[in-house]
Design a protein around this ligand. Structure first.
Ligand SMILES: [Zn+2]
Length: 256
């Protein structure tokens, strides 16, 4: 009412009618800001299911990953470690399943089946230091492509064997203090893996970074990532972030 009354004075009408509008917008924004971390664009965030909790420092990795992805933004990370979350009916809620660490075994065939169907139907999987896991499962080995058979250690160079792939594009080789996971490759998928990088130290020249398109799904796997020293390596962080987005078919972004 007040605005209509004042609006009659044409000289001032624009100013006077705009001000309340701006005021309302500002008030609206002030109301929204405190709540935005909870409600903003959840559907646009990548939902990542963390599947660790077996061998290696899973709590340490969870802590690192939680902070890292929070800094980057755009991720909704769910720390699960519950194998039943791999079952059909649950796993589809996630854009990416991230496996970390060694050991473990499926406790119900429905977990393995759910995981495989998820991949076949277009799911995304990132494996960090995760080929020494679920070793009784032929399906896990087939999907990952490689299964751990041994490792050296220390500080060694990684060289990229393909820098045209979105995950490695423009990256230069790097040094890392880590374990040099060596794998045997599954006969059914050995020819389907796309290798991106390898260790290059003396006789150790084996692949340590690859991707695998399985059905409609995408997997990224690296043997790197034994402990905090490795996780703090910027090149491994860059690969991990790019991989999370690539397997989910999102445009690549680099760490801030
Ligand atoms: Zn290790």
């Amino acid at each position: 009412m007040v605005f209509n009354k004042l609006g009659r004075f044409t000289t001032y009408s624009i100013t006077l009618t705009m001000n309340p509008l701006l005021y309302c917008l500002a008030a609206g924004l002030l109301f929204l800001i405190p709540f935005s971390p909870l409600y903003a664009d959840d559907h646009e965030k990548l939902k990542v299911l963390y599947m660790g909790g077996r061998g290696h420092d899973s709590p340490g990795y969870e802590k690192f990953l939680t902070a890292f992805l929070a800094d980057q933004g755009g991720f909704d990370l769910v720390i699960s470690n519950k194998l039943d979350d791999l079952r059909t009916g649950t796993i589809e809620k996630y854009d990416v399943v991230l496996f970390f660490g060694s050991g473990g075994d499926f406790t119900d065939p429905a977990q393995e089946k759910g995981f495989e169907n998820y991949l076949k139907n277009g799911g995304g999987v990132v494996g960090i230091h995760a080929t020494d896991a679920f070793k009784k499962s032929d399906v896990y080995w087939k999907i990952f492509g490689g299964q751990f058979i041994g490792h050296g250690g220390g500080t060694f160079p990684i060289e990229f064997t393909d820098t045209t792939h979105p995950i490695t594009k423009g990256m230069k080789g790097f040094e890392i203090t880590d374990e040099s996971y060596r794998d045997k490759f599954h006969p059914a998928t050995i020819d389907k893996l796309h290798h991106l990088g390898r260790i290059n130290r003396g006789n150790e020249k084996h692949s340590m970074i690859w991707v695998h398109e399985y059905g409609k799904g995408r997997l990224f796997s690296t043997g790197l990532g034994h402990d905090e020293k490795a996780w703090s390596n910027p090149a491994l962080q860059k690969l991990t972030l790019r991989a999370l987005r690539w397997v989910a078919r999102k445009p690549i972004k680099d760490p801030k």
